[in-house]
Design a protein around this ligand. Structure first.
Ligand code: UD1
Length: 422
């Protein structure tokens, strides 16, 4: 089990390049299952979630070829199975897209319940409602979801909650269904648009992705040979922007779409962080004292829940008392116990964290409790006095490409050690 060792209180300075979006990649790779041909995906992040997903897809008969470090050729001509029940399935949330993709391709799927970060109850009732509306029979058998349909027929579907996963899954299942599917109250996250763009490039007919009504007119077949470049990871970008502000540094975050970062940049500016936007990069630097703010997580374009844990660390650097209200997931404050070990003054009241700025953090042994909690631990280590040792690094590997190297390049004193290594 590897650990990260951080000696804090170094201001981050320089440039960092953001990788391709994890959550876009987790949708686009399964989307390729709807095709019986070859396609190429660029800007694929080298992260553990993708390695695991590729391994699962290989068991279905998919062939992957790495053209270069971040370019992947996907060959779906020899898929011979609609069964995705390997133990790896519950290592990540994104495995749920195999339901929609396999159902869309084979009219049947047998898929293990998805895993992913433990953020409280994470139901998939809206996914199931969507599949049933398209004509699928849904059965639960020994921890697996079995989907079967004679044919899939487009239908109007209203989501009772705004769900990223259900929106994409219904889109995947509907691409080759007969007739028109409409998803109302759809999620609007940038990676939903990216996945729709990929599907449309293959010949799908999806309109409205990025708005709360998506219309999918079923097509008989899709064409291969396309090259699709994934959008930059808005959460990775946000993590480095917050890290720059928290260390009172000066960082140019490159390969970002500034529009995707608006909820964060607005909050940073409200705190007195300086933000300069360029076409595809954002400079973050700090000149003044930081003032308290209140943050509430919301579906896009609101403040992303995935940036909530890193943002909590930044709020420790402000004058006064700030709050974070988590409105997406019921249990996303587990990392706060770790921050408290370092001296953070935070109390949790139901869905709200009350964060007292100005308390001095000191290095301590802490553990990542999930992916974005891991990012918060790293940021806490970067601002703390002394040495912080972070265990459960595999969570961070799930979603951050070369985080240690990227931070080292910005001047952080961070290294990764294997167990037993000094
Ligand atoms: C996705 C992202 C995750 C991000 C989250 C919210 C991926 C692989 N993961 O997760 O990084 O934190 O969006 O932006 O893209 N819900 C239901 N029933 C359902 C589905 C969801 O009640 O059938 C609820 C969830 O419990 C949660 C809310 O809806 O309270 C939003 O969840 P959802 O958008 O589906 O998140 P995920 O797709 O799991």
């Amino acid at each position: 089990m590897d650990k990260l060792i951080i000696r804090g209180q170094k201001r981050l300075k320089g440039e960092v390049t953001v990788s391709g979006a994890k959550n876009a990649a987790l949708g686009v790779l399964p989307a390729a299952l709807l095709l019986s041909d070859v396609c190429t995906i660029e800007n694929v992040p080298n992260i553990l979630d993708i390695t695991i997903l590729k391994g699962i897809m290989e068991t279905l008969g998919v062939r992957f070829e790495n053209i270069d470090n971040n370019t992947l050729r996907i060959d779906t001509r020899n898929i011979n199975s609609y069964v995705a029940t390997t133990p790896d399935m519950n290592k990540l949330r994104g495995s749920y897209y195999l339901m929609g993709a396999l159902l869309g391709r084979f009219k049947r799927a047998l898929v293990t319940f998805p895993g992913g970060c433990n953020l409280g109850v994470r139901p998939i009732d809206q996914h199931i409602k969507g599949f049933e509306s398209l004509g699928a029979k849904v059965e639960i058998e020994r921890g697996c979801i079995k989907l079967t349909a004679n044919k899939l027929v487009g239908a109007p579907i209203y989501l009772d909650v705004v769900s990223v996963g259900a929106t994409v899954n219904i889109m995947l299942a509907a691409v080759r269904a007969e007739g028109l599917t409409t998803i109302e109250n759809a999620a609007k996250e940038p990676h939903i648009v990216d996945i729709a763009n990929f599907l449309n490039a293959m010949g799908a007919d999806i309109k409205g992705a990025g708005t709360d009504v998506i219309r999918i007119r079923g097509v008989k077949s899709l064409k291969g040979g396309i090259v699709h470049s994934l959008i930059p990871d808005q959460i990775e970008a946000g993590t480095y922007m917050i890290a720059a502000a928290a260390t009172k540094g000066d960082v140019l975050v490159k390969n970002v779409i500034p529009k995707h970062m608006e909820s964060l940049t607005a909050k940073l500016m409200e705190m007195n962080v300086k933000v300069e936007e360029f076409d595809d990069s954002i400079r973050i630097f700090v000149k003044d004292r930081l003032s308290k703010v209140n943050i509430k997580t919301l579906p896009y374009p609101g403040f992303p829940t995935d940036l909530q844990p890193p943002a909590a660390v930044l709020l420790l650097r402000t004058d006064g008392i700030s709050t974070i209200t988590e409105s997406i997931f019921e249990n996303r404050f587990q990392y706060i116990e770790e921050l408290k070990r370092m001296g953070a003054n935070i109390r949790v009241e139901g869905r709200m964290a009350v964060i007292e700025g100005g308390s001095k953090l000191t290095g301590a042994p802490i553990k990542a409790t999930d992916l974005r909690a891991g990012a918060a631990c790293v940021l806490a280590g970067l601002i703390a006095d002394g040495e912080t040792e972070i265990s459960n690094v595999h969570y961070i590997d799930r979603g951050y490409e070369n985080m240690v190297e990227k931070l080292q390049k910005l001047g952080a004193d961070i290294k990764r050690i294997s167990d037993g290594q000094e």
